[in-house]
Design a protein. Structure first.
Lengths: 266, 327
């Protein structure tokens, strides 16, 4: 094993400290007993207790969760299809299709949001839960595609061919061989779509309507007025939930990988 | 049933030495219904919810502002037939583009966005390169852990991570407390609502986007090249610039564009951390739309922004496509 050089160690330590310090500070201050956000007044759970009373915040969180689950599910289906289409099939219009997949990844959110809103107005669709779901699906399916595609590229086609040579129809081959093997990527794609949707402020602000306030919209409107201890508490819960989901997912992905690929590779 | 029979045939033909049938038909032959659906469903979705909306934006950017809902004219009414279409085309105007080009507010917004994106991408390169390099040179066993550690903050909310900096940068915030305690400053400095705060926020938010592509290309680097250079008497710092950097260029380019393009249109970071004097183009568009309710001008700003981003996006797609072919 190679020795890690001192400069590399410093780079790693500084980099990770920079990435984590603000989050750690935010979490610590959410337990601050003082109303003044910058003065430490001892440990307390009072801001979490205050949250339970905050009906508007809870409603916003529930709306966000619903939108995230619905749009992530749709995005996973469409994104996986698009990944299969891009890696496995030759069809007319493949190039514009690829362009439409990669463009939303880097397209500024203000433009995606504005254009979708103008579409919804043009077709006279009532804005609210469903319009945000459509908007989030459009954005996040492209991320799912990229993740699933990277898995499909390294995929051993021989396994599928073996199944088909043994008389398995193409449809069944897909569900019995291909799908289980790309499942970790699909799960990762779903989770990324879920967390992107949960997090989005800009696109949701454009495509929302009366009665559909998401958590980021709610947090944003509070944050514009300054730092509040309640918001620290909301953010801490948010971070905790996401961290648990991501860590659980990576563990599941690993054990799935091990269980699935071991008998095939050895 | 048909499919099953076809498979049977392929099994037979396999025995007669004609195995290895392509799983999906070659170009020209008919796709099965399932394969058609796999292409059509995402294609139609993106056409309907990505391309068509953008065409509508282009159209509205060529319309006049009106004080009604929808607040723009003309509206294309297909029911009126050919005459309607002719009226519609006659009603198009480039007035909104002239408005943006002639107004310093918009021109400065664009310039400011390009400047902020360029500077923060440069800072990101300077911060991201040592970090990615250290990750790629770490023992193989800990590399996945390091990647997870860099990606994890990216999974937690963007908004929350920007908000966390308000806590730190505000006047009586932690940064000023620490600096005062260290004796570096006598009285609190203003951090929030400055360009410095915007740069800190942008570098913080986009660091994973820079580090991951860089790490991916540095990790593939053949170490024997560096060993050979060392054997031939090349100092390590020189080997870094002569060998490592040129070989990491694709990752460098991908990372830089992955940061530069979205930062140009960034809204959340400059809005929460920046001052209100010189806004970036994303904020200008937001204000035009939500505060001034001027949809045609907002659309024209959006179209002009996409025009600005067209070249970097094309380069990015080219790099992305090449990356995938090479694997």
């Amino acid at each position: 094993m190679r020795r890690v050089s001192f400069t590399n160690l410093v780079a790693l330590a500084l980099g990770l400290a920079f990435l984590y310090a603000p989050i750690v500070i935010l979490v610590i201050y959410s337990f601050n007993a003082s109303r003044l956000v910058t003065v430490w007044g001892g440990w307390s759970l009072r801001w979490y207790a205050a949250l339970i009373e905050d009906r508007a915040m809870i409603d916003a969180a529930l709306a966000s969760l619903g939108i995230a689950v619905a749009s992530a599910a749709l995005a996973t289906v469409f994104g996986t299809m698009a990944a299969l289409a891009l890696t496995r099939m030759r069809f007319r219009g493949r190039l514009p299709f690829a362009a439409m997949i990669y463009a939303p990844l880097v397209m500024p959110e203000v433009i995606t949001g504005l254009s979708l809103l103008l579409l919804f107005v043009a077709v006279d669709l009532d804005r609210g839960f469903f319009t945000i779901v459509i908007a989030h699906t459009t954005l996040t399916m492209c991320f799912v595609t990229v993740i699933v595609q990277s898995r499909l590229i390294v995929f051993d086609r021989g396994l599928e061919e073996a199944a088909m040579d043994l008389g398995c129809p193409p449809g069944r081959t897909f569900f019995a061989v291909t799908l289980p093997l790309i499942m970790p990527a699909i799960v990762a794609g779903f989770l990324l779509a879920f967390s992107l949707s949960l997090d989005d402020l800009v696109i949701a602000s454009f495509t929302t309507g009366p009665g559909a306030t998401t958590l980021p919209i709610r947090i944003y409107s509070e944050v514009r007025l300054g730092v509040k201890p309640e918001i620290n508490a909301v953010c801490t819960i948010f971070i905790a939930v996401i961290s648990v989901v991501v860590i659980a997912a990576s563990l599941i992905g690993k054990s799935w990988d091990r269980g699935r690929s071991a008998p095939l590779t050895t | 049933m048909v499919a099953r029979r076809r498979c049977g045939v392929s099994k037979l033909s396999g025995r007669s030495g004609m195995a290895r049938r392509p799983i999906h038909p070659r170009p020209g032959s008919a796709f099965s219904f399932g394969a058609k659906l796999v292409v059509a469903a995402p294609y139609l979705w993106l056409l309907g919810f990505f391309l068509v909306p953008f065409i509508i934006v282009v159209k509205i950017s060529l319309s006049e502002t009106a004080i009604a809902l929808p607040p723009y004219t003309p509206v294309l009414d297909v029911a009126t037939g050919w005459q309607g279409i002719r009226d519609f085309i006659a009603g198009l105007s480039f007035a909104n583009y002239l408005t943006i080009a002639g107004d310093d507010l918009y021109v400065f917004s664009y310039l400011k966005s390009v400047k902020v994106a360029a500077v923060s991408t440069a800072i990101l390169l300077l911060c991201g390169l040592p970090l990615a390099y250290a990750m790629a040179r770490a023992p193989r066993a800990v590399r996945p852990l390091l990647v997870t550690l860099v990606v994890l903050p990216f999974w937690t909310s963007f908004l929350i991570r920007v908000y966390a900096w308000i806590n730190i940068l505000q006047r009586d915030g932690l940064l000023n407390q620490v600096l005062t305690w260290l004796g570096l400053i006598d009285q609190p400095t203003t951090w929030l609502a400055t360009d410095t705060a915007v740069y800190i926020g942008l570098v913080y938010s986009y660091l994973p986007f820079m580090v991951l592509p860089l790490y991916a290309s540095l990790e593939k680097l053949d170490e024997t090249l560096l060993e050979a250079a060392a054997d031939l008497g090349c100092p390590r710092w020189k080997a870094f610039f002569v060998i490592t950097i040129p070989l990491a260029l694709p990752g460098l380019g991908a990372g830089a564009l992955l940061c530069f393009i979205p930062i140009i249109g960034e809204f959340v970071v400059p809005d929460l951390l920046g001052g209100s004097d010189a806004t970036m183009i994303g904020q200008t568009l937001w204000t035009e739309f939500f505060a001034n309710k001027d949809w045609p001008v907002a659309s024209a700003v959006a179209v002009a922004l996409v025009g600005l981003l067209m070249a970097p996006i094309a380069v990015y797609q080219h790099l992305q496509a090449r990356e995938i072919e090479e694997r």
